[in-house]
Design a protein around this ligand. Structure first.
Ligand code: AMP
Length: 211
């Protein structure tokens, strides 16, 4: 199954993707995680995108499309994938259509108030990228990742100024993809407001997945 996870920052796309891969057995491909890993490794890509991510802006389409095209060509993505955070612009969606045919686009709906509440309290693992929250979804041990024991930190782009920028970028460049995919008959809406367990159930029901 080839899926796109769409929705505002903070809608829980990453959290749900981690759970959903266990259910449908396809890789979770997050462009944000790929960029953050490149920054942590201080690779050439990482050095060129760090300031962009820190400011909450978008990496250019050409770089992002090339990266996803290469990732989707690998063996593990042939039977399917969950694309989390890509496409984020109409040109990215058009490029994707040229090299892969997606089955469904899941749009995670969340009000602005909830987006701000969630992003403000998010803590991310430096090592594996897993997300936690200071109010909902606390880690078992303060500051430590439940999955891999890595250190939890506040992403630079989860700071107030960057959050405002990310929301503006989302509204202007990414939200138009909702209509784009609706017109293609691929859009499935899932309410991202409830708990992660409930959102996972809604997701499975909307795709008619058992288990
Ligand atoms: P995310 O973890 O999906 O919120 O992504 C974090 C940051 O990575 C974004 O704010 C952008 O700077 C960059 N990024 C991730 N995906 C894309 C994309 N498809 N196009 C451009 N920039 C992206």
């Amino acid at each position: 199954m080839k899926l796109i996870f769409l929705g505002p920052p903070g809608a829980g796309k990453g959290t749900l993707a981690v759970r959903a891969v266990n259910v449908i057995g396809v890789p979770h491909i997050s462009t944000g995680n790929i960029f953050r890993a490149a920054i942590a490794e201080q690779s050439e890509l990482g050095r060129s995108v760090k300031a962009i991510l820190d400011a909450g802006k978008l990496v250019d389409d050409e770089t992002t499309i090339a990266l996803v095209r290469e990732r989707l060509a690998r063996d593990d993505a042939q039977k399917g994938y969950i694309l989390d955070g890509f496409p984020r612009t109409i040109p990215q969606a058009e490029a994707l259509a040229g090299f892969s045919a997606v089955d469904k686009v899941i749009n995670f709906d969340l009000s602005d108030t909830l987006v701000l509440e969630r992003l403000g309290g998010r803590r991310t693992c430096r090592k594996c990228g897993a997300n936690f929250h200071i109010l909902f979804g606390k880690p078992k041990q303060n500051g430590i990742c439940d999955s891999c024991g890595g250190e939890l930190y506040i992403r630079d782009d989860d700071r107030e100024e960057a959050i405002a920028k990310r929301l503006e970028v989302y509204r202007e460049q990414t939200a138009p993809l909702i209509d784009y995919y609706r017109k293609k008959g691929l859009l499935v809406n899932v309410d991202a407001g409830p708990s992660p367990d409930a959102v996972l159930e809604n997701f499975k029901t909307s795709l008619d997945i058992a288990g």
